[in-house]
Design a protein around this ligand. Structure first.
Ligand code: ZN
Length: 304
């Protein structure tokens, strides 16, 4: 795929921030990332980061957490067009945000007879404050239901998804991650997040919420090529089966079983929070095939 070079990023949907705190915020040392000394083993770092990625996805466990830790310096956004997004992952994040939300602006009212509540992606570097507590690059992308924003460190894709999680990457994998986080926002609007009671285990509400977000990401993927910017220009062009495969590969890479194996442990379904690789791919594909909110209702089935 490529972005239509003339498509415009909707700036009202983006906030860019540079983290405060000494030396670029609270970054954990990355393997091979030039950290000093290497006193913490690579395995430890992977486990810490994966734990965080696994548990922070929707930040459901942190209502009203205290702010602090990060800086909140809002910076001017260098990203404006599809041409920028073709060049830079950071700008791709912004244009995918436009694509995903413009998709739901139409698809949500079509299916639910209610308007979609447009929110912002906070794209930051280092660390920042969120309505769910401090956000750092090590946490991975998340949706905070308290302030209704998607938080995303722009280095996540290089460092984590393609680095530690071993996904093939590519622009559409970035699109999948953004669409997954916005899937949580759609769930919030549907009242689904408020239904979460069980946080862990193969049939837990937490897993249902995550698989539903994967499915809603698939629904966006189905309609992605038809999404338009505010001037009516197509945003995404030349979407191929290989792009879809890369999105699926990313969904697979973040399956609980994959992550547990990768971090050197055995597969323990009782501690699942997001679902297995097979489940995540299957639900993404269900969204991709059916393209409906109803088809993504993981709370309405016994077969996750
Ligand atoms: Zn999630």
């Amino acid at each position: 795929m490529r972005f239509n070079p003339r498509a415009r990023i909707d700036q009202s949907q983006i906030q860019t921030r540079r983290g405060g705190g000494g030396g670029g915020g609270m970054r954990l040392p990355m393997p091979g990332g030039g950290g000093g000394g290497g006193r913490i083993g690579i395995g430890t770092v992977v486990v810490i980061i994966l734990f965080v990625v696994l548990t922070q996805c929707t930040n459901l466990s942190l209502p009203g957490a205290e702010p602090g830790g990060g800086g909140d310096t809002t910076t001017a956004n260098e990203c404006q067009t599809g041409e920028d997004a073709n060049r830079s992952d950071a700008c791709a994040i912004d244009l995918f945000t436009t694509s995903v939300q413009n998709y739901w602006k139409k698809a949500y009212p079509d299916q639910k007879s209610q308007s979609y509540d447009v929110i912002q992606t906070i794209r930051f570097e280092g660390s920042t404050n969120s309505g769910c507590g401090p956000a750092s690059s090590a946490m991975g992308p998340f949706y905070c239901p308290n302030d209704k924003r998607v938080y995303l460190d722009q280095t996540f894709f290089d460092d984590m998804l393609e680095g530690q999680l071993g996904a093939e990457g590519g622009p559409f994998a970035i699109g999948y991650v953004i669409a997954h986080e916005y899937g949580h926002h759609v769930e919030n609007q549907l009242g689904v997040l408020g239904k979460v009671r069980t946080q862990k285990g193969p049939n837990s509400d937490a897993v249902r919420v995550e698989l539903m977000a994967d499915c809603l990401a698939g629904a966006w993927a189905k309609g992605a090529q038809e999404t338009k910017d505010q001037d009516g220009r197509a945003i995404i062009e030349d979407l191929t089966q290989d792009d879809i495969k890369r999105a699926i590969n990313a969904a697979e890479a973040v399956g609980d079983d994959r992550i547990q194996k990768r971090s050197g442990g055995r597969v323990d379904t009782d501690s699942f929070t997001h679902g297995s690789a097979e489940q995540r791919v299957r639900w993404f594909n269900k969204g991709l095939t059916e393209g409906t909110i109803r088809g993504c209702d993981t709370f309405a089935t016994d077969r996750l």
